[in-house]
Design a protein around this ligand. Sequence first.
Ligand SMILES: NC(=O)c1ccc[n+]([C@@H]2O[C@H](COP(=O)([O-])OP(=O)(O)OC[C@H]3O[C@@H](n4cnc5c(N)ncnc54)[C@H](O)[C@@H]3O)[C@@H](O)[C@H]2O)c1
Length: 270
Amino acid sequence: MSTNLLQGKKGIIFGALNTESIAWKVAERAHEEGAEFILTNAPVALRMGELKELAEATGSDIVPADVTSMEDLENLFNKAQEKFGKIDFILHSIGMSINVRKGIDYENSNYDFYNKAMDISAISFHKVMKVAKEKDIMNEWGSILALSFIAAQLAIPGYNDMSDAKSLLESIGRTFGYYYGTDKKVRVNTISQSPTKTTAGGGISGFNSLYNYAEANSALGNAPALDCANHCIVMFSDLTKYVTMQNLFHDGGFSSTGVTTKVMEHFMKD
Ligand SMILES: NC(=O)c1ccc[n+]([C@@H]2O[C@H](COP(=O)([O-])OP(=O)(O)OC[C@H]3O[C@@H](n4cnc5c(N)ncnc54)[C@H](O)[C@@H]3O)[C@@H](O)[C@H]2O)c1
């Protein structure tokens, strides 16, 4: 269903890898709502070739960028400026931890991998906004989003160093959002999404148990990726102009629930 909520808006979408990716769904929905955008991902991810389908379906250009590289980001934003002049939205939908991938537990984190996880999954959000702000590419009331997870607030075994990355990501959103709002009237938020079956999600040890637990321990159940995309669309629209520096939970109520009767019943003894 389209209501042309993003008609005339231009943007950059980071992180669509395959049809399961949250960013893929955001791109499809943004296209349906009338937006134009550049799709970007790490050169290594682009070699898989799937992004071309999305680019064709949405009439978008693909510009490769490793989000940790200032040079790549400069090139990406120059291309966006050449194509669009100014833009209205940016989605940062990126997460990667080698400790998680290799199944190295939190207490024994390899610190080179740990630093890499912070750089790719959190500090990159700062880099993206620094380049965007220096180039003055965002229109006033523009909207920048990154995707987070409740492990930023609650200890969740198996999420490992990504918990720290998400805490840092949310803090960067809040703090950079202060400066971007004050100087340029650009808003910055993070959306904390339910466990979602994607490539990144599936890399977490015990993901299926976590998924099932969150499903049972939330009033509405886990929020699907498409609904996360819809939330992003509203946040990119002019209907949310004064929302900034927030971490917005999109999780069916999980973050505000102590325990549901469904979970309690599981522990009932006669
Ligand atoms: N899947 C979940 O359960 C879940 C829950 C809450 C939040 N999130 C967050 O949503 C976001 C998107 O993840 P997803 O679940 O759609 O998985 P995904 O695997 O489809 O997306 C992750 C993306 O990060 C990209 N990436 C990794 N390293 C990069 C680099 N150096 N430069 C540029 N891009 C790089 C990957 O290529 C991929 O496109 C992530 O921030 C993730 O942490 C996911």
